[in-house]
Design a protein around this ligand. Sequence first.
Ligand code: SF4
Length: 263
Amino acid sequence: MSQKKSERPVRHLLGLSGGKDSSALAIYMRDKVPEMEYFFADTGAELPETLEFIDLLEDYLGKEIVKLNADRDFDFYLKLHNNFLPSPQRRWCTINLKLIPFEDYVGEDEVVSYIAIRADEPSRVGYTPTKSNIQTRFPFREDGLGKDDILCILESSGIGIPKYYNWRSRSGCYFCFFQRQEEWLGLKKNHEALFELARQYEKYDEATGKRYTWNQSGSLDEIVARAEKKANQPQKSNSTKSKKLIDNITHDNDDDFCPICML
Ligand code: SF4
C-alpha cells in the first residue's frame, strides 16, 4: 500500500549559496537538526572559489551537499527570453536556475526550509515559497545573530570565508549583473577567461542601435575602464591601505543584491 503524504516525515532543508551567511547557518544548525539535508543550486556559472568552498563545507558537515541542476542551462533560458540578459528587474535566471530546481527537489513533501537571513537585516525578505508544503524558518533572526556572529561562526569552525571575498562581496554566477564596477574588474583580474565569456554575451544590434549589456551604465569594457581609472586615482590618506577580505564583507550593502542567490 502506498504511503499517505501526511505519514511521510517532514524534511529539513538548508540551501547553500557558497556565501558566508548560508555557510554559517549550515555550521550553526549541523548539530541542532541532525536530519538536515543540504543542497546547492548550481547554475553552471559558479565561480571556482564557490565550488571549492562548497566541497570544503561538505567535508566539515560530514554529509553530502546535493547539487541541484536545472534541466536546461543559462544559454537555453537566454534564448527563451529572446536574448535579453537578466537584470535586477527581469531575474529569470534566479527563477529558472535556482527556484524551480529547488521546488522540484521538494516535490510534494512537507518541508521546513532554513533561510540565512540575519537579525541585522530587518528589511530583507528572502525566498517566499510558492508551495504550501514549504514552511520557512530564520534561525539567525530567531536567535538574534548578526554579521559579526556569522563571521565568528565561520572563523571558529576553521572553515573561514570563501576566497572570492578578496575581490568580490558576494557569491553567485560569474556574470551576475548585481556586481559592482570594481567587482567586474576583479573578475577580469582573477578569472580573465570568465570575464571574456561574460563579455561575449553582450551584443550590439547595428540595425536598431540597441546594446544588450549586463549593466545599464555601459558595456563591460566601459565599466572596467571606469573601475581601472578609479583604482588609479590617488587615494585619500585614510584609505591608502589595500582592501582586505574582511573589508569586502563588512562594507557591503545587503539590499543591493539578489536576496536568494547570495545569502
Ligand atoms: S547569481 Fe545573479 S546571475 Fe546568477 S542566478 Fe542569481 S541573480 Fe541570476
